[in-house]
Design a protein around this ligand. Structure first.
Ligand code: ARG
Length: 460
């Protein structure tokens, strides 16, 4: 078949070039958006009198039929037609005759592909935002359900201070809330209409870009036609946001891997979300969490890949930019898959309350509470830190826990210590005392649950 652009060529395209330059194998995924954009464009051409209204109507009818055929799996995409745009345009002309040849008036594939990708990302970002809301929801529920569970809080991967398990889970709720905000913010820049830029310079024909933008529910139109066809910031921004989201998922996944080890024994992962070993019959592996952690690599890869494509590209459109799609599609699929599987798994995780509570109170994790006790009795914090350090050293050398010390033993370190010290020494007492805003006391954690639920229903 003769190419749509064959006019100025004497030779046919080499086979190897056809397969090297084609994008239909992956951009066919944009067909719905391509047709939606073409329908709006054709409506505008007719309304403006650039093409006869009857032809515009024929085009729209033809495009709708093609959409049905593609949906029903009855459309044959052809590699020799290079991309989704030309596949659909050729099919249209085959279907409705010469009216189909008017569709590409005042349009180029350069503004067309920018439009398709923006429509696609607008849709997908919306879905990812909803998936994040669902994830925040299961975290809030889990936090509510486990409000009485203690756990050791860590710094440097060393037991630091007792916290509520719910508090720890809600930390992830905050991260995913910020991820959602970031994506919604990116949406503002995705939701800008490039059509009408044509190849790069605009057109001499009397088009109405605002009308097309209105039909396609865009928030605005691209202000500079050269930028409109060469900008991929909106995709980069999405990928950067997806990369940060992937970091958060990987940290959560990593904790699940650790917590499900025999060594930690903090959680039991549901059978339905773990897999066995082909050789070791006793094994139950946390593959879902591992893959959620591992897939982060693909999303970082997508970001780096598109950044590299765009770096140093001269204005305006360059064919290099065709390389934007595979990484963007892959990042979208991967993000959605990871969010979905973790959201289904979280409600089924069993937390081992006894182990968590026992570990929370061990390893002198309430030493800071002794220091704060001494501060309340009037000692400067730095001195209190020193005194408490001595108490801990004494206990460590004598293989004792803090609560094993008699009141007389305590008073050898400081006369300020009285019998009320024992309230500070247990994990429960320590947690209950952390009533500072955002802290780990039950009332503060309940406040954080309410906060998360409020963030979840926030529209903007
Ligand atoms: N397949 C191209 C892309 O993805 C569409 C735009 C092609 N434009 C052109 N002048 N060859 O970027």
């Amino acid at each position: 078949m003769k190419k749509l652009w064959a006019g100025r060529f004497k030779e046919e395209t080499a086979g190897v070039v056809e397969s090297f330059t084609e994008s239909i194998s992956f951009d066919r995924r944009l067909w719905k958006y391509d047709i939606e954009g073409s329908i709006a464009h054709a409506a505008m051409l007719g309304r403006q009198g650039i093409i006869p209204v009857r032809d515009s109507e024929r085009i729209i009818r033809g495009l709708k039929e093609i959409a049905k055929e593609i949906e029903g799996g009855k459309f044959r995409f052809r590699q020799d037609l290079e991309d989704v745009h030309m596949n659909i345009e050729v099919a249209l002309t085959e279907k409705i005759g010469s009216a189909g040849k008017m569709l590409h008036t005042a349009r180029s594939r350069n503004d067309q592909i920018a439009l398709d990708l923006r429509l696609y990302l607008r849709d997908e970002i919306g879905q990812i935002v909803s998936a994040l809301t669902a994830l925040m929801g299961v975290l809030a529920e889990s936090a509510e359900r486990h409000i009485d569970y203690l756990m050791p809080g860590y710094t440097h991967m060393q037991r630091a201070q007792p916290v509520l398990l719910s508090h720890h889970l809600l930390a992830y709720g905050e991260m995913f809330g910020r991820d959602r905000d970031r994506l919604r913010d990116a949406l503002k820049r995705v939701n800008v209409m490039p059509l009408g830029a044509c190849a790069l310079a605009g057109t001499s024909l009397p088009i109405d870009r605002s009308y097309v933008a209105k039909l396609l529910r865009f928030g605005g139109i691209a202000g500079n036609s050269i930028d409109a066809v060469s900008d991929r910031d909106f995709a980069l921004e999405f990928l950067a946001d997806a990369a940060i989201l992937a970091v958060h998922l990987s940290r959560f996944a990593e904790e699940l891997v650790l917590w499900s080890t025999e060594e930690f024994s903090f959680v039991e992962l549901p059978d339905a979300f773990t897999t066995g070993s082909s050789i070791m019959p006793q094994k139950k592996n946390p593959d879902v969490a591992e893959l959620a952690r591992g897939k982060t690599g693909r999303i970082f890869g997508a970001l780096i890949s598109l950044l590299t494509v765009m770096k140093g590209l001269p204005l305006s459109y360059n064919r290099d930019m065709q390389e934007d799609k595979v990484p963007v599609f892959d990042a979208v699929d991967t993000t959605k898959a990871s969010l979905s599987v973790l959201t289904s798994m979280i409600p089924k995780i069993r937390f081992h309350r006894e182990v968590l509570a026992k570990t929370a109170g061990a390893a002198y994790s309430t030493a800071t509470d002794i220091a704060e006790y001494l501060v309340r009795k009037g000692m400067p914090f730095r001195d209190a830190h020193g005194v408490t350090g001595k108490i801990v050293l004494h206990c460590a050398e004598n293989k004792m826990r803090l609560e094993d010390l008699k009141i007389a033993d305590f008073r050898r370190f400081s006369g300020l210590i009285g019998p009320d010290i024992y309230r500070c020494l247990t994990a429960e007492g320590s947690v209950a005392a952390k009533r500072s805003r955002g802290g780990t006391s039950r009332s503060e954690v309940r406040r954080q649950i309410r906060r998360l639920r409020k963030i979840m229903i926030r529209e903007e």
